[in-house]
Design a protein around this ligand. Sequence first.
Ligand code: SAH
Ligand code: SF4
Length: 359
Amino acid sequence: MSASFIHNLSLPELTSLLVEWGEPPYRARQIWQGLYCNYWGNPKDFSNLPVALHQKLAKSLEFNTLVPTTTLQSSDGKTVKTLFQLHDGKAIETVLMKYDPSTTLHRTQLDDSGQGRRTLCVSTQVGCAMGCVFCATGQMGFKRHLSSGEIVAQVMYFARLLHDQGEVVTNVVLMGMGEPFHNYDNTMAAIDRLNDPDGFNCGSRRFTISTVGLVPAIRQFTAEKRQINLAISLHSVDDSLRTSMLPVNKRYPIDELLKACCDYVAATGRRITFEWALVNGVNDTPDQAQLLASKLKGLLCHVNAIPLNHTKGYSGKATTYKHAAEFREILTRSGIPCTVRLPRGVDIQAGCGQLESTG
Ligand code: SAH
Ligand code: SF4
């Protein structure tokens, strides 16, 4: 990604650039507010700037490097998936989910902000290097990292779309294509940019990062004491089973991962979420649930179980409603809160783990 993509610039970087151009520094703030408060996406939108500066912006900076090429909407209208073409011809997918309380099996388990949530699921890489066997992104292999601006621009595209409908992006989850902790610096820079109270002003607590369990990055994240929510893709607490599903487990086995999670909770006082894709007869059995309950005992956490979504490269089947309910019951009885999410957007291949692109 060329450095001239406007969303790659922080406010100080934008300010230095404007000063280099011989402009007063307050122009940078005007551009920043145009971008992140008014959702302007083209130089000519900047009615707060002199025309000569429009032209300079158009000539020197790239505004639209993410080109939406295909948009699909699920049949219930609650999930929208857009494929963006990037400057090098590669492509990524981003998913908007409109929530209402009926999306969980048990309404009582939905947090108070559940109703009316507009959650955006953004990508951090083209493809993924982690190779989880049941994930379409993993199945396509790693192509490249996204720049911070490419992450920011996914959010701004949907923010603009919702704004036109009188709505806002309420939550952002880094659960699209790619492993955010493998692209740590760009992911954090993107969140920092979107956090700015004088800009997009989306608070850290509205972000959730999901990681496959890269222990050194979890430790770095812990040390930084950020307010961003952390989710760990666990799927099994049996080393040989987890390694067969998530090859990265060989490098960072369960006990090492759970130790990093405990240290995170101890250092931050924040609850951690564990994700668990329920695969029929593989990790949705009472034995697996009991083992999980014993491993998580005493930890401030929540288990988010999702029936497996189908992908081309994996023959496992989704859990049944009955097994999912039993799984949840075993955890809940052991004092571990567990939500089973109904799959969403699967008719447009926008469910967890179904995102892929040919780029
Ligand atoms: N790389 C990160 C975030 C992207 S994947 C991670 O792995 O955590 C987002 C979530 O979808 C992860 O919990 C992942 O394990 C899960 N997932 C992947 N493939 C899936 C599938 N086929 N069905 C259900 N969940 C899946
Ligand atoms: Fe990568 Fe996450 Fe998919 Fe694993 S589940 S291959 S880490 S995107």
